[in-house]
Design a protein around this ligand. Structure first.
Ligand code: ADP
Length: 531
């Protein structure tokens, strides 16, 4: 970056908010993927006007900006830009919860607002609304996940569907308000997604067309009754019938929000780290060791989890329907209410004997997964990043797999919700993971009644160069093999961005044409979805 640009940014933000040098930039370089682009500096604006001025300076001085909200984006590149020598635009100081409408159940948030912050705000003000947390942990932003079109658990789990109304700083420095937001005094900006005229919000997700500085998010009113539903299958053959049952239950609205079907391996990686001693340092995990661990922890080969909420009558009826539809298809079906969880908490020893499982050990995970479906952000799913790590996560600080140099790359293709598709998909991916000596840890997240978002973590030891190289090769093979069969990821990370968006394809060509129209100077996040 030129001296003139640096001077202009320092004058605008004050020297404390223009970061340069290795120590100050270290946090932005933390990442769980093997790619590490060069970062020129980081800017920390506090207002939308400062963001507009930054963009104007960037145009004049030919600086590339890479906006982040909290910059975690685990397994997809974290805060790292998609090109070398960009300046990180860290929006974390803009962390205002600008409005919460209790009656209409929405919040308006700035980019730096985290899941923890929104949750604590709702609690502190006794606002009877809930958010849908992601598995990424309490310190991730609300806005970043919606912009990546990510998914959470519990009701309102599709975060782009529940986004409503944006304020965007364009690469020109102009301020765009989407939906009805650009009409003076508009009343319905945060309650009706589509506005009038072409729908523009989608353009600012998974793209590099603008910097989003404000967003409306729909929340869920506290239900009269909430219960979690857990089910388990002991044999792989049960998966097909369970998939048909899940599709039926979702299409009739029995469950609210995504249902997750977790393979045994996926549960094991959330509970513990790799059993290095038992495996004598060898990888991947032997089937016999995996089966033994699963038996100890009472984990099925497939494990289902979903949320039920509504009136007492609705939840009662939903439970009856679930029992009927899953009858004969699963080996265990349990519903858990707050009251039952309280009983387990009070007498774990007694319940361990009654349920023939180690309730004390399970309670922590159960509480966290129950809480997540109930709108309480947790680190329960993030722990998986430490699976192949040689050290346990540090205690007493929030988990940060990027800081701790864990190796994680997410691959998340969308699979139509039939047993045939899931079976074909597994036949493609499982041998590839095995050939590269990694475990296949599938979760099938039923994000609607027609498809699964299959989240596959590729977990490796980032400190082991040979294993990191294998992980990279494995990832590339997975992407290509799945694409050949028509299964494509819903989201890209640094590990696949360039390859995917560089295709000779009318779609990516139109994406580039839009980029050129909105950002002729090419200042905003070059290489992020658009060139
Ligand atoms: P989180 O920390 O919540 O996982 P990030 O802040 O890392 O999310 O955001 C995910 C990705 O979305 C980032 O890599 C960035 O490219 C993009 N992004 C995040 N916030 C904004 C924003 N306010 N405007 C435009 N793009 C953004």
């Amino acid at each position: 970056m030129s001296d003139a640009a640096m001077t202009a940014f320092r004058e605008l933000l004050g020297p404390d908010h223009v970061l340069t040098g290795d120590a100050a930039l270290q946090r932005y370089r933390w990442d769980t993927t093997p790619d590490h682009p060069r970062i020129a500096a980081a800017l920390r604006p506090a207002t939308v006007e400062q963001v507009q001025d930054i963009v104007r300076i960037a145009n004049a001085q030919r600086v590339h900006l890479y906006p982040i909200s909290t910059g975690n984006n685990w397994g997809y590149g974290s805060a790292q830009p998609a090109s070398d020598d960009a300046v990180i635009l860290d929006l974390g100081r803009m962390n205002g919860i600008l409005e919460v409408d209790t009656e209409l159940a929405y919040a308006v948030v700035e980019p730096g607002v985290t899941q923890r912050q929104l949750y604590q705000h709702l609690q502190a003000h006794k606002i009877p609304l809930r958010l849908s947390p992601t598995g990424a942990g309490p310190d991730c932003s609300i806005l970043g996940n919606a912009l990546e079109r990510g998914f959470g658990i519990g009701p309102n789990g599709d975060h782009f569907l529940t986004q409503c109304g944006m304020e965007v700083v364009l690469p020109s420095g102009e301020l765009l308000r989407t939906g009805f937001g650009h009409y003076e005094g508009a009343r319905a900006t945060y309650v009706y997604k589509w506005g009038v005229g072409p729908y523009l919000d989608g353009l600012f997700t998974q793209s590099n067309y603008g910097i989003v500085t404000k967003m409306g998010v729909w929340l869920t009113p506290d239900p009269e009754r909430f219960e979690a539903c857990y089910f388990m299958c002991n044999s792989d053959e049960q998966l097909g019938p369970v998939i048909d049952a899940v599709r039926r239950l979702l299409s009739t609205g029995v469950f609210q929000g995504p249902i997750n079907l977790l393979h045994r391996n996926r549960v094991l990686i959330m509970l513990d780290r790799y059993p290095w001693t038992e495996m004598n340092g060898r990888t991947p995990l032997d089937e016999s060791v995996a089966a033994k661990l699963a038996a100890e922890k009472r984990v099925g080969i497939w494990n289902g989890v979903g949320a039920l909420c509504g009136s007492r009558e609705q939840v009662r009826a939903a439970k009856q329907t679930i029992k009927r539809v899953l009858k004969g298809k699963v080996d265990r079906l349990t519903f858990l209410s707050e009251r039952q969880l309280g009983a387990l908490r009070l007498a774990p020893g007694l319940w361990s004997a009654v349920l023939r499982m180690n309730v004390r050990e399970l309670l922590q995970t159960l509480e966290a997964s129950f809480g997540m479906m109930n709108g309480i952000p947790s680190e329960v799913a993030l722990k998986l990043a430490y699976w192949r790590h040689k050290e346990p996560p540090p205690t007493g600080a929030p988990l940060n797999p990027a800081r701790d140099r864990c190796g994680l790359m997410w691959f998340a293709p969308i699979i139509p919700m039939t047993s045939d598709h899931v079976s074909t998909f597994r036949q493609i991916v499982e041998p590839i993971f095995a050939a590269h000596r990694f475990e296949t840890c599938i979760t099938l997240t039923a994000v609607n009644e027609r498809c699964f978002d299959c989240t596959l973590p590729l977990l490796y030891d980032q400190t082991d160069a040979e294993e990191a190289q294998r992980a990279r090769a494995c990832y590339a093979e997975l992407v290509e093999a799945c694409k050949r069969h028509g299964y494509v990821a819903y989201r890209l990370g640094l590990q696949s961005m360039e390859k995917e968006t560089g295709r000779d394809d009318v779609f990516w060509d139109v994406v580039t044409r839009l980029k050129n129209a909105l950002d002729p100077g090419g200042i905003l996040a070059p290489g992020r979805y658009a060139r």
